[in-house]
Write a protein that binds this ligand. Structure first.
Ligand code: AMP
Length: 284
């Protein structure tokens, strides 16, 4: 496994790989890696000749400075995990490498409401930061395929829209959410949960699963299902921000009489000081 901190060194590696006709898969991360991230590496290794993982805690996507400060940083363990999973290259840029003083071009994008709802509504500016850093990383790496998790479904949809708007020749692959045995979606933030909240946190997956089940059984009152789910989350001691049954493509509130081809059920909730998100989707 090789690792690079500077773009110039990564570029040397990449031009050699390209000269040899090798395909490149890329998984961007913010570190504090776990089995969920490793599934991205695994999928990329299956479909590409070389796999690159970046670790960069992107300051521009944190709307809350305390969240940025508390974000876990575990680079030594991350490198061990990536080595164990035979990742080919790790890109570990500093902030000045990604955001040089001389600036860089960022295109105008129109996400048509995708960024206004759910995470976008509760974390203003978050997706502008995500789109900015992913665009910058794609420009540096120019991979053939980009690997992102279903865990961040809205993020995936927004990046899909960005690739589409810019007509970038990059295939975006959605990797399924990896969960703990009790259903809790793996997340870098889970390590900050107190033992009590860790015990209660699977309520998110349980309420998503119950909602999905109810829809499959023909339940048509989506707003009522959302209300029951929020109550269950509150009863477990978590503080829900939203629990939304949305159209899986437009991310707007879904209605049973609507024409949605896919539904996505998304939840965000506070477990003490830790904000958790999760989702499930259903193709109709
Ligand atoms: P992060 O480091 O949280 O920015 O996540 C980096 C990538 O890993 C994103 O594409 C996430 O969607 C993905 N990811 C995070 N957690 C999981 C998980 N439990 N299962 C699958 N992918 C995940």
């Amino acid at each position: 496994m090789q690792y690079f901190k500077r773009i110039i060194d990564l570029h040397k590696y990449l031009s050699e790989a390209r000269a040899n006709g090798l395909t490149i898969g890329f998984a961007p991360t913010m570190g504090a890696l776990h089995a969920g991230h490793m599934s991205l590496i695994h999928d990329s290794k299956q479909q590409n000749d070389r796999t690159i993982c970046s670790i960069f805690v992107n300051p521009t996507q944190f709307n809350d400075p305390a969240d940025l400060e508390k974000y876990p940083r575990t680079v030594a363990e991350d490198l061990d995990l990536l080595y164990d999973h035979a990742c080919d290259v790790v890109f570990l840029p500093g902030v000045a490498e990604i955001y040089p003083q001389e600036g860089f071009h960022t295109p105008e994008l129109d996400f048509e409401g995708l960024t206004d709802v759910m995470e976008g509504a509760f974390r203003p500016g978050h997706f502008a930061g995500v789109a900015q850093v992913v665009y910058r990383l794609l420009n540096i790496i120019r991979p053939d395929r980009l690997y992102m998790g279903q865990k961040d479904y809205q993020q995936w949809t927004i990046i899909h829209s960005m690739l589409d708007q810019l007509q970038l020749p990059i295939e975006l692959v959605m990797c399924t959410t990896v969960r703990e045995p009790d259903g809790l979606a793996m997340s870098s933030r889970n390590r900050r949960l107190t033992p009590e909240f860790r015990e209660q946190a699977p309520i998110l997956f349980e309420s998503l699963s119950a909602c999905l089940e109810a829809i499959l059984e023909g339940s048509k009152d989506y707003r009522h299902l959302e209300k029951i789910a929020k109550e269950a989350i509150l009863t477990a001691g978590l503080e829900p921000e939203y629990f939304q049954i949305a159209d899986g493509y437009t991310l707007q509130v879904a209605h049973p009489a609507g024409l949605s081809k896919r539904l996505v059920i998304c939840v965000a909730a506070w477990a003490g000081e830790v904000r958790l998100i999760d989702n499930l989707y259903l193709d109709l």
